[in-house]
Design a protein around this ligand. Structure first.
Ligand SMILES: [Zn+2]
Ligand SMILES: [Zn+2]
Length: 387
């Protein structure tokens, strides 16, 4: 039996960035093999798939993401990251450990259910490309098409609690790199130039009008300019400026409106400045809205309620963050059920101090009761579908 606490601390101490989860993949594959799973590594890069065939019945896919973030850990934990500038600041080490625990329990109790268990350790969730990479590497052709996709995410809720939502749950995310073209020159003679810095500044301000003035207040949408880059020195007006923009939306209509408005405004600001060239747009890293299938969610939540009791469930979760787990369900054309579980033991924390959020250098779940809850939730959800 794997010591789950030890496995968690080991993963936490050895975080690996997206697409570089080599050690993590080995550790997880080694944990699955003795449980009787058929284990394949290097699926869609550093993905790991374990298959447990246990007679006739549905195919249930349980997924955990495994990548870390370029964050310097500041939790002060004795098992903090040993790698400078890399940390499990989103809790994916917790997800992976919970999935090993669930795989172990389901394997031990296989006499009680029948069907096929597909355990998927997915790389590169933070870049929202890992799920697509695995699907494109023949995940379903090689290991079987699931009937249901189940996954969870830890967050700054009280440990022991489970939050769920039905329908659109996490936002679609699209990123675009914009290049604005001006005409460079001497800082003392702006009249001989077209200043791309001023052009970029106007665009950044004007882009904030999209959500405020063009999207219905009843919709959820975000436009963030997270990066702005231009110039090398105070007395040189540069040739170009670059903007890194990210948009979040919850349906295809709003997603289309946001994309079109970003391009329209940036083009118009370039024209207003007399730019010598049209701006360029490089859209990348798109992921669709994550929908927790309403029917499948209500069936799963019924099982959660029976297991945990109503008092440990929080309905109505929706967050503007994004997740690419929906890509599995979309590609397989089957429902996905996704929920959040709490990672903070508030009784052990300084009262009145807000718990750090995922991606904060101070974020790390309290191991218990987070881990046991995450394992239980996966097992209960899987058993809802395994006959
Ligand atoms: Zn994250
Ligand atoms: Zn995450």
């Amino acid at each position: 039996m794997t010591d789950l606490h030890e496995l968690y601390r080991d993963l936490h101490q050895h975080p690996e960035l997206s697409l570089q989860e080599f050690r993590t993949a080995e550790v997880l594959a080694d944990a699955l093999r003795p449980l009787g799973f058929d284990v394949t590594t290097n699926v869609g890069g550093t993905g790991v798939v374990g298959v447990l065939r246990n007679g006739d019945g549905p195919v249930v896919l349980l997924r955990a993401d495994i990548d870390a973030l370029p964050v310097e850990e500041a939790t002060g934990l004795p098992y903090s990251s040993t790698r400078p500038g890399v940390a499990h600041a989103c809790g994916h080490d917790m997800h992976a450990t919970c999935l090993v625990g669930a795989a172990e329990r389901l394997a031990q109790t296989r006499a009680e259910w029948s069907g096929t268990l597909l355990v998927v350790f997915q790389p590169a969730e933070e870049l929202v490309c890992g799920a697509r990479n695995m699907v494109e590497d023949g995940l379903f052709e090689r290991f079987g098409r699931p009937d249901i996709v189940l996954a969870q995410h830890v967050g700054p809720l009280p440990a022991g609690m489970i939050a769920y939502g039905s329908g659109p749950l996490m936002a679609a995310s699209d990123s675009v790199t914009v290049t604005l073209f001006g005409r460079g020159g001497h800082g003392s003679a702006p009249e001989t130039t077209v200043d791309p810095v001023l052009m970029a500044a106007h665009a950044v301000v004007r882009l904030q009008g999209i959500v405020a003035r063009e999207i219905s207040p009843s919709e959820r949408a975000v436009v963030t300019v997270g990066r702005i880059q231009a110039g090398t020195q105070e007395n040189v007006i540069p040739e170009t400026a670059e903007l890194g923009i990210n948009i979040r939306s919850f349906n295809e209509h709003v997603r289309g409106l946001l994309r079109a408005a970003v391009e329209r405004i940036v083009r118009a600001e370039a024209a207003a400045s007399g730019a010598p060239r049209e701006p360029e747009f490089d859209w990348h890293g798109g992921t669709p809205v994550l929908v927790s299938d309403p029917d499948a969610t209500s069936r799963t939540v019924e099982a959660f309620t029976a297991q945990f009791g109503q008092e440990r469930l929080i309905p109505g979760a929706v967050v503007n963050a994004s997740e690419d787990v929906g890509v599995f369900g979309m590609a397989a054309e089957v429902p996905t059920v996704f929920w959040f579980f709490g990672g903070i033991d508030f009784s052990a924390r300084e009262p009145g101090r807000a718990a750090p959020m995922n991606h904060s250098p101070e974020f790390a779940p309290d191991i218990e009761p987070t881990l046991s809850t995450g394992v239980d939730a996966l097992v209960v959800a899987a058993r809802t579908w395994l006959s």
